[in-house]
Design a binder for this molecule. Structure first.
Ligand SMILES: *[C@@H]1O[C@H](CO)[C@@H](O)[C@H](O)[C@H]1NC(C)=O
Length: 402
């Protein structure tokens, strides 16, 4: 092609020549077997782990859900302060409307008929006094029940304490009632209604399954073996399932987690997509660290006496909060993740070649011989014919090996 110009020669070779890499075939049992073993391991990983176990052929979506709850049950108490009394849902569920979390009062300290006025402060280190000199007018601390008036007065039964202006009489919350006031709370039930939605697959379902009828729902109680799909949970069963003691937890309160897991393979029938319930105690109940345990808060109910005096009933409520947490992931066959995983699986086979190359060229006894066969050595154009790089010397060694 000497007749053609430089440009035409390039075009000619572009059109009418084909180049392809040369492959070196090494007839070695060791290397051959190693190569196949590595390939086999990669194949097992791609098929076994990526496709079968991790379902790499599926598109996935995470759950969107809504939860509503309803607690039922009655408890009866009989104490000298309150007399015989029945507690129903409106008394012990606070606030009355339950969403993802529902609080059930199990224990309480009740202070009746508080009015604004003067009375002795609750006795502690800073409020016990022997004379007016120990009390400071206008003093308030974070633990105060009111503003100190500067007088030291007799506290019934106890020693003398500073007088305060505030809601009187003050609350005595030194001792938590033990056993818990509403022991009957162990038999209360919690109905959980949960709707889920997988938007990518327009798949919806609720935890009251289509197979559940009205009479079953009225009588069933959740049990992991016999009634795993009944959405009504006895409070004590939930606490037991979390490995805790209900009556112990009821005294100081705590937080329980009710987890609903909706892991669904939507390549299978929709009826196989069912909720799985599990329970755990979320607040950290560490027996070695018992400072400020449990869960409690205060609220009051206000009313006016016939004389028009504003009066309140103060309640310090201890109880168990049930947090309902919904998790889930659904998968369904889709061509894009399938192709991506096949592609990356094929690319992984390159690892076998790289690994075998490294071993053959750097670690085997006959490495110089293999190197000579694999590489075509070319002298640098500017160097004289006599001089060369180390490659020449290595070539020499290879011949020796041979
Ligand atoms: C809860 O119910 C069981 C069975 O009905 C009963 O034996 C138990 O005494 C009840 N618990 C309380 C604290 O009332």
């Amino acid at each position: 092609m000497a007749a053609a110009g430089g440009c035409c020669a390039a075009l000619y070779s572009f059109l009418f020549e084909y180049d392809t890499p040369r492959i070196v075939l090494i007839k070695s049992r060791k290397v051959g077997l190693m190569n196949r073993l590595v390939q086999l391991a990669i194949l097992a990983y791609v098929i076994g782990w990526v496709f079968v176990w991790e379902k790499g052929y599926q598109e996935t979506d995470s759950v969107v859900s809504s939860v509503t709850t309803k607690v039922k049950g009655l408890a009866v108490t009989n104490t000298s302060a309150l007399g015989l009394r029945v507690w129903d849902v409106a008394d012990y569920v606070i606030p009355p409307q339950g969403e993802n979390a529902v609080f059930v009062m199990t224990n309480l300290i009740i202070t009746l008929n508080q009015t604004q006025g003067h009375c002795p402060e609750f006795p502690d280190k800073t409020t016990v006094c022997s004379s007016d000199k120990n009390c400071t007018e206008g003093f308030i601390s974070t633990h105060s029940n009111g503003i100190q008036t500067g007088r030291c007065v007799v506290n019934k039964g106890h020693s003398k304490t500073c007088e305060i202006f505030g809601w009187c009489p003050v609350e005595d919350d030194e001792n938590v009632p033990r056993p818990a006031f509403l022991q009957g709370a162990e038999n209360f039930t919690l109905l959980v209604k949960n709707n889920i939605w997988y938007p990518k697959f327009s798949f919806t379902k609720r935890n009251i399954l289509p197979t559940i009828n009205k009479t079953y729902l009225q009588s069933c109680k959740y049990h992991p073996k016999t009634d795993p799909f009944c959405p009504i949970f006895r409070l004590r069963d939930m606490v037991d399932a979390a490995g805790q003691d209900f009556q112990e937890m009821a005294v100081e309160g705590g937080v329980m987690g009710l987890q609903i897991n909706w892991d669904c393979d939507l390549d299978k029938p929709a009826s196989r997509c069912v909720p799985k319930y599990s329970f755990r105690r979320i607040d950290n109940k560490d027996s070695s660290h018992t400072v400020s345990p449990g869960y409690n808060f205060r609220f009051a109910k206000y009313y006016q006496t016939p004389e028009g005096v504003e009066t309140r009933t103060l309640i310090k409520a201890y109880g168990i909060r049930f947090d309902i947490m919904v998790f889930g992931k659904a998968g369904k066959f889709d061509i894009i993740p399938t192709m991506i995983n096949i592609g990356s699986g094929l690319a992984l086979f390159g690892v076998a070649t790289v690994l075998c190359d490294v071993i053959v060229l750097y670690f085997m006894k006959k490495r110089y011989y293999y190197r000579e066969k694999k590489y075509k050595y070319v002298e640098d154009y500017e160097l004289g014919a006599g001089e060369s790089y180390g490659s020449q010397a290595e070539n020499q060694q290879c011949r020796d090996v041979r």
